[in-house]
Design a protein around this ligand. Structure first.
Ligand code: XIL
Length: 366
């Protein structure tokens, strides 16, 4: 939680201008452009996940987000544990704050997420039963999706449905929803979301699909393709595969032919592809901050160079925008106590080398 910093507006403006001029000289000498502009020239959207208080309480950060993002995701505000204090109640306060910010910035939202095995309120695990699960799931999805129709252009309908360690033949994760409803919970969720907002693009989202040199990820790509084919063959309204894109700063950028082939196979099913939670974890990346920033930039660049070769890849959202606000600082802190640097902009809101690499990837993709 960042405390309100009572700097008067003129000083804030100067700070913003200073930050942006550093941005202009370091990252954008060649293009004098932003991720928002360059991505849209490549017929894509660039955006970031945000927490509403960071925008409301930090004008400089808000300025950067508005400048760079053509799409916003609520990092936490649309999860069950935030929306559902009890079985009978909805609390839309934080989600509405994110929607209001998107409205103010005149950008659409990508909704995250309607069904997940994590971030659920305690009452859900104790109350959920095969008898009430169908009604609970569909009424939640209908209420939430209807409320944000026209604002949320696309939804992560089901997040992280595949887990090989659960050892089911279909590869599905043994989540609370699967246990209550069986494998049909996926179909049910997509159909409910589609009925609530027929215009929204509906995604199945997952991690662990990115690296060509990681056997369990290569296997997961196969499982995912079978699952997607199966949903499509049953007429389920699914439009997008969302790759989270949580990348690692301490392993080779193994994003090559395997990833291209996988994404081509997804595109051949008629699906779009969104990158929805991109960041580069530098928890175990060796070197100084400058060296780590170079390594992180290279990974952003190599990943985007690969995925943006596919016209089906329509959006890229980073999980945060600046190292000032990243959940990696508590989920993946460094042993040496140094600040983590997983995002394109640093804690001073200055563009790191990653921004130039990302801009170049969008420009090369055309
Ligand atoms: C994370 C948020 O970044 C944290 O602030 C929160 O405490 C836990 O969730 N995959 C997802 C995201 O789909 O929702 C997660 O976000 C990160 C992993």
């Amino acid at each position: 939680m960042v405390l309100y910093d009572p700097v008067p507006m003129p000083t804030r403006r100067i700070a913003l201008v200073g930050g942006l001029s550093a941005f202009a000289s370091s990252a954008c000498a060649a293009s004098s452009s932003t991720l928002r502009v360059v991505s849209s020239a490549s017929h894509r959207q660039f955006g970031a996940a945000i927490e509403p208080q960071h925008i409301e309480q930090d004008a400089d950060f808000a300025g950067l987000v508005q400048q760079q993002c053509g799409l916003l995701t609520a990092e936490n505000a649309m999860k069950w544990n935030q929306l559902r204090p009890s079985r009978e109640q909805f609390d839309f306060a934080d989600a509405d704050r994110v929607a209001a910010i998107a409205g103010r910035f005149k950008v659409p939202m990508h909704g995250h997420c309607l069904v997940w095995h994590e971030a659920n309120p305690d009452w859900l695990a104790s109350d959920l039963s095969p008898r009430n699960a169908r009604a609970l799931l569909t009424s939640h999805i209908e209420t939430v999706v209807e409320r944000y129709a026209g604002k949320v252009a696309s939804w992560d309908v089901v997040n992280e449905a595949v887990e090989r360690n659960d050892r089911r033949p279909d590869g599905l994760r043994k989540s609370l929803w699967l246990e209550a409803l069986g494998a049909d919970y996926l179909e049910l969720a997509f159909r409910a979301a589609h009925a609530a907002d027929p215009k929204a693009r509906l995604a199945l989202a997952d991690y662990g699909l990115e690296y060509d040199d990681e056997p369990w990820m290569v296997e997961k790509r196969g499982t995912m393709l079978i699952l997607l084919r199966n949903l499509i063959s049953r007429g389920v309204p699914i439009h997008v595969l969302a790759l989270q894109g949580h990348l690692l700063g301490d392993r080779p950028a193994a994003f090559g032919q395997g990833l291209r082939d996988f994404l081509s196979a997804v595109a051949d099913l008629g699906l779009e592809i969104f990158i929805t939670e991109l960041d580069v974890n530098d928890q175990n990346t060796p070197g100084s901050a400058t060296q780590r920033d170079q390594a992180v930039a290279e990974i952003y660049g190599r990943f985007l160079d690969t995925v943006l070769r596919l016209p089906a890849v329509k959006s890229v959202v980073t999980w945060g925008l600046s190292d000032r606000y990243t959940s990696k600082s508590w989920f993946a802190p460094r042993a040496d106590g140094a600040t983590v640097r997983p995002l394109p902009f640093d804690r001073d809101l200055v563009a790191k080398p990653a921004v130039a690499r990302m801009l170049r990837a969008f420009q090369l993709a055309g």
